[in-house]
Design a protein around this ligand. Structure first.
Ligand SMILES: [Zn+2]
Length: 263
């Protein structure tokens, strides 16, 4: 074989090899997009642990859980202390439909002290129906107020909603909807969150995880025992902007205790 022929052959092989490689890459990217976690079908919560290899989704301290009143431990006040430092002037930065939920992002300002550690309110999002169960009951809606500490740990304050009259705070939040999947809106206006909480402030608390991948187990959960009233129209409006039934199934407690702090 002469030098020129060898050169041509090498070029042809190189082209074939390159195309093959490129094709594989494209397929790979496509596959990883297709296999992104979701709430239904082959990428539903039951498959998160296998889909998200580096996640904690198969861990032993996962959320949500079913809270059974008969099994909660009464908090005698030495743990689970909770203080709110919320202002009626909190600035709502933006709202987005991230494909899993409707999420409202806040500017730093509102915070809570949980067990004397400060956590800043970073975002609020919704699940329809609820993720946590109380005595086996799934509520029409669950609101997650996500707070983060300097150490990047979370305290999520959860409010369950039952059907009733309008909730003013949710009404205000919904005035920025509808939003299509992937769409976001800048807001930069203040929002008073006071009507999002129940009147009676007794709460359950336990140690768990994020309820979406990576399911990190650095989350303290605080769940108000009393639900708030939310109108059917408000629930339906949120539902129209989120994936169908965006909740994760109940996780085993594996010996964890759920405490009740009565107010
Ligand atoms: Zn959530």
């Amino acid at each position: 074989m002469n030098a020129i022929l060898k050169g041509v052959l090498a070029t042809i092989l190189l082209v074939f090899f390159s195309c093959g490689k490129e094709k594989n890459n494209t397929t790979g990217t496509h596959e990883s997009e297709e296999k992104h976690w979701s709430y239904s079908g082959e990428t539903s919560p039951e498959h998160w642990a296998e889909l998200e290899k580096n996640s904690d989704c198969s861990g032993q301290s996962q959320s949500p859980v079913n809270i059974l009143d008969g099994k909660t431990v009464k908090d005698e006040g030495e743990r689970g202390s909770l203080d709110f430092y919320y202002s009626p002037q909190t600035i709502l930065n933006k709202v987005r439909n991230n494909g899993h939920t409707i999420q409202f992002d806040f500017e730093l300002g509102d915070s809570i002290a949980y067990n004397k550690v400060n956590f800043n309110l970073v975002q609020i999002h919704f699940h329809e129906p609820s993720e946590h169960l109380v005595n086996g009951v799934r509520y029409p809606i669950e609101i997650h107020l996500v707070h983060q500490s300097k150490q990047q740990d979370y305290t999520v304050v959860s409010v369950l909603g039952v059907e009733g009259e309008d909730c003013e705070t949710i009404e205000n939040m919904e005035s920025y909807l509808p939003l299509k999947k992937g769409e976001e809106k800048e807001i930069h206006k203040s929002l008073d969150l006071s009507s999002i909480f129940p009147e009676k402030k007794s709460y359950y608390f336990y140690g768990g995880s994020l309820t979406t991948p990576p399911c990190s187990e650095n989350v303290q959960w605080v769940i108000f025992k009393d639900p708030v009233k939310v109108s059917l129209e408000e629930v339906l409006k949120l539902r129209d902007n989120m994936p169908f039934e965006n909740f994760r199934n109940e996780q085993a407690l594996n010996g964890r205790k759920v405490y009740l702090h009565e107010m």
